[in-house]
Design a protein around this ligand. Structure first.
Ligand code: SF4
Length: 401
């Protein structure tokens, strides 16, 4: 027989039979997997009023392994405290130098080690890049990213000069600028900063443990050193990962642990899913299930509340509904345009139509996240609904921060 209980979701005394049934099912489902610390870890994450860089791997794992329905709700709720939930940054990524790269990243079409049929090119000229940036801006993008397939910038003085001119030109168009050029030393980072560069992308790709199975020609620590050089130069750091590289769920936790415990959180965390390229070693890798992508995004939002979380490569294969689930869980940027490096990309018109359907809108350039008051962000989490709440604690109170 159903009993009368107060239902904090409804905010009134109610005969809450469906809610009680749902809670019972969720508890039964998760009882074996959730340990007694999850509730506390979750509480601390969703009540965040300041950034933490002292996360333990166990804490991130506890969050990542929370039932997905609770995880996405909490992430989406925290997202509203630091960001306007309707604002999605539109970025366009241009390949300014394609292919011929000496590195052996097992997923990449641009490595010269694999027969992918990709034709290597020289660095694009400044005018053609700025023309593309203008098209991106006129279509609604506010961030323009430029990628060159290089191991590093050693001995590339004239290329660096041209790239600085591109950065200055992009800046003059009122766009945020980002470049990804491989490894960078301190002096090169400073030169790019002086040219007005907004952000530098250098992904760590995966966990420290899984990384050697994907790339052997440069180490995880070399990646971290470049990120450190960028940060020290005062450039915003964009670093994220690729899901679907043959890793395990604990490697998603490891990836998040790496970025969330940097001296400061990256301004931008791209979440890519592998786009299998024929000719690369990972062409036949098992596709990553969507729930793992959503889990990674939601956990990233909870451990790095101010970061811009971008749905990057692989989005073109996601249904609109899946993309919206990602936005609800805290993602707030997409790559949009004609192409994303060597792979297909959702276009501006398609994205703007999706935005219109869901009440989303393009984020302006240079928006900084701010901590908003509870009443401004409608932040309400019924912590009694978390999976490890003690039995019978379905109380009237809800935590409002
Ligand atoms: S360094 Fe970049 S361009 Fe070169 S193989 Fe790796 S991912 Fe591809």
């Amino acid at each position: 027989m159903w009993s009368k209980l107060s239902n904090p979701l409804l905010g009134r005394r109610a005969t809450s039979t469906p809610a009680v049934a749902l809670l019972a099912i969720r508890r039964a489902y998760s009882a074996a997997a959730v340990d007694s610390t999850v509730h506390g870890v979750f509480q601390r994450a969703i009540n965040a009023t300041a950034l933490r860089t002292d996360w333990t791997r166990a804490e991130i794992s506890a969050i990542y392994n929370t039932p997905l329905i609770d995880l996405t709700h909490a992430a989406g709720t925290l997202h509203r405290r630091f960001h306007n939930p309707g604002a999605i940054q539109m970025c366009t990524l241009m390949n300014i130098k394609t292919g011929g790269c000496s590195e052996d990243c097992s997923y990449c079409a641009q490595s010269s080690r694999y027969q992918t049929g990709l034709k290597a090119t020289k660095l694009s000229n400044v005018e053609s890049v700025l023309a593309a940036a203008r098209v991106a801006r006129d279509n609604g993008s506010t961030r323009f990213c430029m990628g060159a397939a290089w191991r590093d910038m050693r001995g590339r003085k004239s290329s660096l000069r041209n790239i600085k001119a591109m950065v200055e030109g992009v800046h003059a168009l009122g766009l945020e600028s980002c470049v990804t050029l491989g490894m960078l030393d301190e002096a090169q980072a400073k030169e790019l900063k002086d040219a007005g560069l907004t952000a530098y992308n250098h992904n760590v790709d995966t966990s420290r443990e899984h990384y050697p199975k994907v790339i052997t020609t440069r180490s995880y620590d070399e990646r971290l050193q470049t990120i450190s050089n960028v940060r020290d130069a005062g450039i915003k750091v964009c670093t994220g990962g690729i899901l679907g590289l043959g890793e395990k769920p604990e490697d998603h936790v490891g990836l998040l642990y790496t970025v969330a415990t940097m001296p400061s959180h990256p301004e931008s965390f791209p979440v890519n899913t592998l786009v299998p390229i024929e000719g690369t070693p990972l062409f036949k890798a098992t596709r990553i299930p969507f729930d793992a992508v959503l889990r990674t995004i939601a956990t990233a939002r909870l451990v790095m509340p101010t970061a811009i979380i971008r749905i990057a490569a692989g989005r073109v294969d996601m249904s609109e509904e899946k993309q919206v689930l990602c936005f609800l869980a805290g993602a707030n940027a997409v790559f949009t345009g004609e192409k994303m490096l060597t792979t297909a990309c959702s276009g501006w018109e398609e994205d703007l139509a999706m935005f219109n359907r869901w009440g989303l809108f393009p984020m302006k350039a240079h928006v900084e996240p701010v901590l908003r008051k509870a009443e401004e962000s409608s932040f309400q989490v019924n912590t009694s609904l978390l999976a490890d709440a003690p039995t019978g604690s379905f109380q009237e109170t809800s935590a409002t921060v």
